[in-house]
Write a protein that binds this ligand. Structure first.
Ligand code: ADP
Ligand code: MG
Length: 315
């Protein structure tokens, strides 16, 4: 039983309140507060030693904890507004807490967010954030379920960078200027882009578990399959240098990048590319959705690649 089977079996309760427009199963839930007034809620937990190496820079940890949650709201084309912070700490170390707090405050100012509550306990270092935002009629939510056969599979940014940094196993905070370090600790939630591109996107998911795993989520929710050209998956020069021939596998299977995987109908390719250029966000078509239920990954000769399907907590 993997984590998704586990969630489906034990925690996917059918909502009883009709105000729950979208419950468990997408990047975030949607609750209708009033007609055309919708709340979007996502929650992501970071456990030391599992989601991030420890020791680490507490200010950078605060940034990552917020940004991975913002990324789920970006995948819905929502505007994030408030969050709660549940934190479990082995000890109350003022120096650590000062760093974490300052980092969090900086991010709140940058992303225009309010910390409105939470919970604090003693335990192993774990950060759990619940992010809340809004969508409305002018910019409705994007779901995982809207992809159609023929839509392009598109991804923002470059993939595999965060997994590449983890793979290097050099966790000193002194590497702050390092590109891969920044890609891991400061992922870039594509909030503005997703909201502006929403009219041209038929489905979206953020890439947290790995491209092929998250693409699978869109396929499953949309009831279709997809075909990806491995050689079209965007790689950064830094990743190629650090990981060499492993770069491609990291980009396909490694998680943690928090870029977006999108379904875009062919007739909107030019519009969405123009927008991406204007916002200076790399946007790449890496394949197409198709009828069926398989996610195929092909090399340049059309041979099917066997690659790991991303990170699973309960494989
Ligand atoms: P994401 O990576 O986008 O945050 P996850 O893979 O963590 O999504 O979760 C998949 C879906 O399952 C999400 O809709 C999430 O809200 C839901 N989910 C995860 N854990 C639980 C849980 N313990 N109870 C209810 N729903 C859950
Ligand atoms: Mg997500």
């Amino acid at each position: 039983m993997n984590e998704f089977d586990l969630i489906a079996r034990y925690f996917s309760f059918a909502p009883r309140d009709p105000a729950v427009v979208l419950g468990s199963g997408d990047d975030a839930a949607i609750i209708e507060l009033a007609p055309d007034d919708l709340l979007v809620v996502a929650s992501d937990m970071l456990v030391a030693g599992r989601h991030f190496p420890e020791p680490c820079n507490p200010a950078h940890l605060a940034a990552r904890a917020l940004r991975v949650n913002l990324s789920d709201l970006a995948a819905m084309a929502a505007t994030p507004r408030w969050f709660t912070l549940a934190i479990s700490l082995p000890e109350a170390d003022p120096e650590w807490l000062e760093g974490f707090s300052q980092g969090l405050l900086r991010e709140c100012a940058y992303w225009q967010l309010d910390l409105i509550g939470g919970d604090t306990t003693r335990g192993s270092l774990t950060i759990s954030i619940q992010m809340m935002g809004t969508v409305n009629r002018d910019c409705p939510a994007i779901r995982r379920s809207g992809a159609q056969p023929g839509d392009h599979v598109m991804v923002t940014g470059s993939l595999g960078d965060a997994a590449g940094w983890i793979g290097q196993g050099q966790f000193e905070p002194s590497t702050e200027q390092d590109y891969l370090y920044r890609r891991f600790w400061f992922p870039e939630p594509r909030l503005n882009f997703a909201r502006a591109a929403q009219p041209w996107i038929s489905a979206a998911c953020d890439i947290s578990d790995g491209l092929l795993a998250d693409l699978q989520h869109i396929c499953k929710a949309s009831g279709i399959g997809a075909r990806v050209q491995a050689d079209r998956v965007p790689l950064s020069p830094a990743l190629c240098e650090a990981a060499g021939t492993d770069a491609r596998a990291l980009a396909l299977g490694g998680g943690d990048d928090y870029e977006l995987c999108l379904a875009v109908p062919a007739q909107h390719l030019d519009e969405i590319q123009a927008l991406a250029q204007q916002l200076e966000i790399p946007l790449t078509s890496i394949g197409q959705f198709e009828a069926g239920d398989q996610v195929l990954c092909l090399d340049e000769r059309g041979q099917q690649l066997k690659v790991s399907r991303g990170y699973q907590h309960f494989p």
